[in-house]
Design a protein around this ligand. Sequence first.
Ligand SMILES: *Cc1c(COP(=O)(O)O)cnc(C)c1O
Length: 459
Amino acid sequence: MNRLKQPLPWQRNIPSVDRIVRELAEINLPRALVVAVVRRELAGLRGRKVDEHVDQGQVMRRIRCALEVLRRQKIQPVINATGIIIHTNLGRSPMGDRVVQTISSAASNFTNLEYDLGAGERGSRGLYVENALAVLCLAEAAAVVNNCAAALLLVLRHFTSDTARREVVISRGELVQIGGGFRIPEILESAGAVLREIGTTNKTAIEDYRRAIGPDTAMILKVHHSNFYMEGFVESPACRQIAALARRAKVPFLADLGSGAVFDTTELGPEREPMPQSVLADGADLVCFSGDKLLGGPQAGIIVGSAAYISALKKNPMSRALRCDKLILAALEATVDLLLSGELDQIPVRSMMNADVAQLRKRAGQIILALSDLPLRAEIGAGCARVGGGALPRTRIESVTVDLQTRSVRQFEQRLRCACPPVIGYCENDCLRLDLRTVFPTQDTLLIAAIRGTIQSVE
Ligand SMILES: *Cc1c(COP(=O)(O)O)cnc(C)c1O
């Protein structure tokens, strides 16, 4: 302790925290954060061997580097030029102006979030959006929680709370991992359910379900594969068959759809993403899906289906812990309203899916023209955009890229990622490829400016 208070001879080289912070006046971060970084870096230096020479320039470079890392961690708009529309790492669905206005006014005002205006007393949250979602999905009722993982957890918890009936029947082919760290068997376990695996990885028959159902069965779960597909010697019974079995055995049947397409995805290609309304029509009691995947709204978990089950789920104490805040509910309301009135151009993920290739090509031409004086080669390329969000893993949407070649493509890609705003593309065939399907047309000038700034710093 004492050792640190008394400056040792070698420490005279190290400027004071105050002096360093003053030198960093241009850094646009709260002073307290800058001070903390400076202290941390200096403490690291003090830990070094006493006879080591401390170069002040080097100290400042280290500190600036650490501050730059900190700045990059801040949530900021990025230009998604990956061609992956619902990009989980880039925040999934962006929201359109109309939805954003709703969020903004809910954020800056008091709202009737839990207030019944007619009765003048406490009401329940989410009534409007739940009703609208039920209409959209042709369901009896709907409930909304934080995300689809939370929806699954709530349903599993609810139906396995009776210690005598804890088994959740699920096909071995559906014990999948979705994204980072979301594994179906682990979710089941953490919900207190007992896994009753049936069938094999590639084949599960209705007979397997029939044999597994017994007095210990709490529910049947079907999980959509989402981000992968199996082909060849595969078999799994139709939802309708499982639903009929569940009905006879009087056990609830939940289908976790993940994306939950509320529109027919065969508009985009041959792959068909299951739709909540058809899975319910096939007899599933409950269906859950995400708000920020194909629906194109904010992060949320939507549960639709039987009115009796939904009402019981909403009374479960866990619902309280998983409930959404007013901003999300306002955004979801606005999104579902747009879907119900068919104003798809207001939902960015939908307009990106539907963007015209000729239009993308025209933009690519304009961008390339604006870069023509720079020391790089820029060409129009053919891109393969994807839906992302774990939906339609085989579907490729024809797209257009701006392909950039420079002396060091890797270095250029990395610098562009740290530009203002950051631009995320992908390297292929010694090119940095920027897919325009996922770039908002209003971002083209920003994209050009980011490339200009970056090329000047690399060359
Ligand atoms: C994406 C997905 C989830 C998780 O959804 P979140 O909204 O990210 O929690 C769950 N199940 C399936 C099948 C999915 O595809």
